[in-house]
Design a protein around this ligand. Sequence first.
Ligand code: EPU
Length: 422
Amino acid sequence: MDALLIEGPSKLSGKVEVSGSKNSALPLLFASILFDGKVTFENIPRLWDIETTLKLLELMGCRTEWEKEVGRVSVFPEVKTKVAPYDQVKKMRAGILALGPLVAKYGEAKVSLPGGCAIGARPVNYHIEALRKMGVRVEVEEGYIHASVKDKLVGTEILFPEVTVTGTENLLYVGVMAEGTTVLQNSACEPEVVALGEFLKSCGANISGLGTPTITIEGGGLKLPSQPVQIPPDRIEAGTWVSISLATRSPLEINHCDASKMTSVLAAFRQMGAKIEERNQGTTLKVTPAEIYHPLHIETAPYPGFPTDMQAQILTLLCLAQGRSTVVESIFENRFMHVAELRRLGAQIEVNGNVATVEGPVEFQGAPIMATDLRASACLVLAGLTSKGSTRVSRLYHLDRGYQRLDEKLRRLGAKITRVAE
Ligand code: EPU
C-alpha cells in the first residue's frame, strides 16, 4: 500500500480538471449487463473501484476494454456466470449493483453480501425487500444473496423506508425489464440516480419522475445505446477541490464541474465567507478564499441536502473557522473515524453520537495519520496540505478507490506531495 508525504503549509495556484463521477460510472457500467451488445462509456475516471467493477464483469464472462489515457471503456456483456463473488464485493460495496441487472436480464443472481465497512453497517435489506415485492425469490445463505425470479418480474409499488441511492438504482434496472408499472416511493434524488435513469430512457425505457421522490417506470425492455455513454463530472471531487482551495487559502479555478448539482455545498462554503463564481454555465468555479471563515451548523441529508460524502472535508475546513461549528451526520452511523486522525494534527473536535462539535480556529501541525475510508482520506490530505511541517497519510488505498490521481493534480498546482510505497 502507498502513503503520501506532504510538506505543508501549501500554497497552490492554477487550474484543475474534475474527473468523471465514480458514483455515476459504477451504476452505468453495471447497466451494461442489461444489453446484448457492446456498450461504450466515456469520461471514465482512473480509479480502483472501476478496476474492481470491470474485474467483476469479467468474472461473469463479459469482455472489457479500458483505454485509460482517454477514459473510454467498452463492455461486451457476454454473461455466463451470474455471480458476484465475495473477493470483489468486499473491496467495493457497490458490487451490490450487480444484483439488479442480473435479476432483470437473466432472472437469477448470486451476489455476495457486502458486509459492513468503516462508515457503518450498511445493510442491503431495502434492496432485498423491494426485489421480493417484484416477484423475486431471495434467500440469504452463507454470506450470499441468492435471487431468482419466481415466474416473471412484475411491476408494483415500492416504498423505501429510507432514501437509498444504490437501492433505487437496483430497482431502476429491474423496473425497466419488468412487466407493468413500477412506482418507487421515497426514491433517491441524487444526480447519479438521475444519470442512470436518463441513460435507460435514452435506450427506450419509459421512466418519469427522475430527480423526485416518486419515480414511475413502465416496463418493456431496452434497445442497445447508439452513442457512447458520457459519465458526468464528479460533484464530490469538485467540492473537495473547493475545500482544498479554501483551506490552503489558494485561489483556484476548477474546471469540468456541474455547479447546478452542488447547490447545498456551494451555499455552505459561501456562508463560511468564500467567494465562488460560477462561469461557463456552471462548468467552471473560480474560488477566492477569505481571511476569516465563519463557523456553521451543517446536517448531512439525501440530495439536495448537504452530502455525507462532503462531511469529512467541511469538518476539516471548519477547524479553521472562528468559533464553534456543529456537524450532524444523518446518513451513516459511524462516519466520524477521521476525527481521531484530525485530532492528531491538532483539531479540537468532540463527537457525541452523530454530532461533531468543532472549536476553531486551530493551526494544524503535521503528524503521521491513517486513512480509514474514502472521503476520510480526502480530508486527511486536505488537513496535511494545511499543516505546518510533514504529514504522512498512510493506507492510501482508500483515496485511490475514489479520486483520480489526487496527488498528481495537487503537485501540478504546486503542492509538495510525494507518493511512497509502505
Ligand atoms: N440502508 C439500509 N438498508 C438498505 C440500504 C440502505 O439500512 O438496504 C441505510 C444505510 O445503512 C445508510 C442509508 O440507508 O444509513 C443510506 O444508504 P444508501 O443506500 O443511500 O448508500 P449506498 O447506496 O450504499 C451511496 C454511495 C455512497 C454515499 C451514499 C449516500 C455509491 C456507490 N455509493 O451508497 O458513496 O455515501 O450513497 O449518499 O453510490 C462514497 O462515494 O464515498 C460513498 C460512500
